[in-house]
Ligand binder design. Structure first.
Ligand SMILES: [Zn+2]
Length: 107
């Protein structure tokens, strides 16, 4: 899309996947299974249920914390779920809409 970005920025909370400094935007790309999207890819394994549940709970709690910290630091945070990222055309449109809002406040 022509935007400049950096990957996995360690200086920011949660080491976000994609960072667009110019627009003060962070994109978090979440795998549906690990981050519990709630879609059909979010089934919980039938064995070691307790282990999985603890793991999932801590992932979800960390996501919430990181998002809160980033927003407190003035970043706009957009979570992109893996299942939604498969439709490239739709995803591009959503990203354009999100970026457009920010460009407006940039002036
Ligand atoms: Zn999903």
């Amino acid at each position: 899309m022509g935007f400049r970005y950096r990957l996995h920025v360690r200086a920011l909370p949660g080491c976000p996947d994609i960072v667009l400094h110019k627009y003060k935007i962070v994109l978090l790309v979440h795998g549906c299974f690990w981050h519990r999207h709630g879609c059909k890819s979010t089934a919980t394994p039938k064995t070691n249920t307790r282990f999985w549940q603890t793991k999932f709970d801590s992932n979800v709690a960390r996501d919430a914390k990181v998002t809160k910290q980033l927003r407190a630091g003035g970043w706009r945070v957009l979570t992109i779920w893996a299942c939604k990222a498969k439709d490239e055309v739709k995803l591009t449109k959503q990203l354009e809409r999100f970026f457009a809002k920010t460009t407006h406040t940039d002036i």
